[in-house]
Design a binder for this molecule. Structure first.
Ligand code: SF4
Length: 699
């Protein structure tokens, strides 16, 4: 309306929709975002994907929460199905901040005093700022006194095996290092869907001369750029990677100097991979032995190779083993610690890295300082003038399981939506409905707010001050591009005010004091100051002596010591195999247009127009065999539940697999998924359970 001349304001922020961390300029007309364009940020250099370009309309969607809400006394908590939006709002009455915060605090204090601190849990989010995450974990540990603090990174954790190997909980080299790689290994990731701007830089490198080895059960848009696409059978990652490692060792192609000087666990690895001959791997993966061998030789022969992995590898009950097998191959080939070589778990949400650094985790204090260390706990006790719980707490899914058992009775959910994001939604809703006291802080009335006793309206990232850290260890400052709607407030401010009502003397806390305190206790942030970010707007950690931020880490030594560790595997396989009753494998994932549970992107009209309904993606041969035509309504059923949705023929999907996106509440994929956790990462199994597919009778 009126074009550029009608713009009344401009503001810059960081895109909230993935961990690439693109900087965006928002153009506003009368307080509404009318268009967004890529700013010259350190991660995107002017580029944006479709979500960054068209996703910001959610900021002024009519369903934004604008005032605190308290549940009506006569409003039931019905776990039989999900509610959202206006259906949720009808269960609540508006309240002042004073009344809502008093009600929220009184409920937590009552449960803490009657049932003990461990009756409380806190679920944060990787969508907020570093300051939000830091203050929330501090409130949980000091104000609530509970060890049960976690956040949605748990649903995609791909870092623990990297930490185990290197002692460092972040990428060893950023995405831009692919400019110096001659080979890229990509395992269980579809960046063209999930990290599109990163994929655009990758495609640039591939167009020049870099070779791509792509391990993914399905074809994807990057497949045509790959020199080797390995469409392995679901669940065969360890067998395939072990066979590649075995061949590299057997043919003497491994980096002998690196193995001798910088690696621990090589002989155990050699013994472990010995049974995985090419024939064994071929039988497990369905791939030709010579293709596996070619890919292994290409990777081992690379001058410099970057190794990426994503949620296709991690979101399994055996995800840690998948990643250990990836890391083992990269390490025996010495592909770390120099330009173009590095290990890179592609993170999911925008501030996964920062919220983990801040200690929003049940097993680590800020900066990954060990909760098991009495000295570390004592240091935090003294610094915080309180008492840090000594035991590790429960994780995201475990907290909901504890709620169902009645041992967790009060929950504070900040920016998360477990009633859409957790596996086995019927069980998750039952857990949420059973809580004595649930406070949910969010920007929209999500499926989780339907079970709240108090809803606290939060400001979106574009509406406040703070910092976020992207997948490449880049810390960026954000400033408010527009004001929050109604009386919505930044998360850290709500947390602070709740803490004050619980007796903590935090009245003077600000974004600046929070960032500076976090930087002082997180070793990787040594040298960072709020004033520096005000001056420079961004910096990558760790800062080097020239204060520029280093790209490729571990040219010599690792954070854990002189040698990286090749850890043994935990050994579990898939928990629920297909059978006569449930003959398909259900895999879930994401679409380019939508982000996670869809709470934001499905309220952006352009994105919703591009992708507005759930589909069951099946191979055309499976559809033909079942007598299902394109667009027919099918029932997808597992032992947990069923959903109805349209069938879509998709030759990219393997025969025997049904693939669904996780963002559609109308047919929520997590009604079907299974609550099984990886023994190391405690990540749930989102990509492998047995399912049945049937055509629904015509109405
Ligand atoms: Fe946003 Fe990620 Fe797209 Fe960049 S690549 S615009 S951060 S969704």
């Amino acid at each position: 309306a009126g074009g550029r001349s009608a713009v009344t304001a401009e503001g810059e922020t960081v895109c909230p929709f993935c961990s690439v961390g693109c900087r965006v300029t928002l153009h506003l007309v009368d307080d509404r975002v009318v268009w967004a364009e890529g700013a010259d940020g350190p991660a995107n250099h002017g580029r944006l994907c479709v979500k960054g370009r068209f996703g910001f309309a959610y900021l002024r969607h009519e369903e934004r929460l604008t005032t605190p809400l308290i549940r009506r006394a006569d409003a039931p908590k019905d776990p039989s199905h999900g509610l959202r939006g206006a259906e949720v709002l009808s269960l609540f009455r508006p309240a002042s901040w004073e009344e809502a915060l008093a009600h929220a605090a009184e409920g937590f204090a009552r449960l803490r005093d009657h049932h003990g601190p461990s009756a409380l849990g806190v679920l944060g989010s990787a969508k907020g700022s570093n300051e939000d995450a830091y203050l929330l974990q501090k409130l949980a540990r000091l104000g609530f006194g509970t060890p049960h603090i976690d956040h949605c990174t748990r649903l995609c954790a791909s870092v623990p095996p990297l930490t185990e190997a290197t002692g460092f909980a972040a990428v060893t080299a950023p995405i831009e290092e692919i400019a110096h790689s001659d080979v890229v290994l990509m395992v269980g990731s579809n960046p063209d869907m999930n990290h599109p701007v990163a994929a655009s830089f990758l495609k640039g490198a591939l167009r020049r001369s870099t070779k791509l080895i792509l391990m993914d059960p399905h074809a994807q848009s990057l497949s045509r750029f790959a020199s080797h696409h390995l469409p392995l059978a679901p669940g065969s990652d360890v067998a395939l990677l072990s066979a590649m490692t075995r061949l590299v060792i057997a043919e003497g192609l491994y980096n002998k100097a690196f193995v001798a000087q910088r690696l621990e666990g090589f002989e155990a690895l050699r013994a472990r991979v010995e049974p995985f001959t090419l024939d064994v791997a071929a039988r497990c993966s369905g791939l030709a032995p010579e293709v596996i061998a070619e890919a292994a030789r290409l990777f081992a022969g690379a001058r410099a190779a970057m190794t990426f992995w994503g949620m296709g590898a991690s979101q399994h009950a055996f995800g840690a083993d998948n990643i250990r097998a990836v890391i083992a191959l990269a390490l025996v080939c010495g592909q770390v610690g120099r330009p173009g070589a590095g290990l890179h778990p592609l993170r999911g949400q925008n501030n996964v890295q920062g919220s983990c650094d801040a200690g929003l985790l049940p097993n680590y204090l800020p900066g990954y300082r060990s909760l098991e260390s009495a000295a570390e706990r004592a240091a935090f006790d003294e610094m915080w003038d309180g008492h840090v719980p000594s035991a590790a707490g429960l994780t995201v899914v475990e907290m909901l399981d504890a709620a169902r058992r009645g041992t967790i009775r009060g929950l504070y959910v900040v920016g998360g939506n477990p009633a859409m994001a957790n596996p086995d939604l019927a069980a998750t809703r039952a857990a949420l409905a059973s809580l004595d006291h649930l406070v949910v802080q969010d920007i929209f009335p999500t499926e989780t707010t339907a079970f709240a006793d108090v809803i606290l309206p939060a400001a979106a990232l574009a509406e406040r001050e703070g910092t976020v850290t992207n997948t490449d260890r880049m810390v960026q400052r954000v400033k408010p591009a527009l004001a929050p709607p109604g009386v919505a407030r930044p998360d850290w401010l709500i947390v602070r005010d709740l803490a004050v009502r619980l007796g903590l003397p935090w009245e003077d806390v600000t974004v600046k004091t929070l960032f500076d305190e976090m930087a002082s206790v997180v070793p990787a942030l040594a040298g960072f100051k709020w004033s520096r970010l005000v001056r420079d707007s961004h910096a990558r950690y760790p800062l080097d002596s020239a204060d520029l931020g280093r790209n490729s880490l571990f040219a010599d030594g690792f954070a854990r010591g002189p040698r990286a560790l090749i850890a043994p595997l935990d050994g579990p396989g898939a928990d629920e195999m297909p059978d006569a009753d449930y003959p398909f494998i259900l895999m879930t994932g994401r679409l380019r247009e939508h982000w996670h549970t869809g709470a934001m992107t499905r309220r952006a009209p352009v994105l919703e127009a591009l992708s507005h309904e759930p589909r069951a993606h099946l191979h055309p041969d499976d559809l033909a065999r079942l007598g299902i035509a394109t667009g027919d309504t099918v029932e997808v059923r597992t032992r947990r539940g069923m959903v109805h949705l349209a069938a879509r023929p998709d030759p990219a999907v393997r025969p025997g697999v049904v693939w669904m996106a996780m963002s559609f509440f109308e047919a929520a994929a997590n009604e079907l998924t299974i609550n099984r956790l990886d023994p190391t990462t405690r990540v749930p199994e989102f990509k492998f359970c047995a399912a049945a597919v049937e055509r629904c009778a015509s109405p």
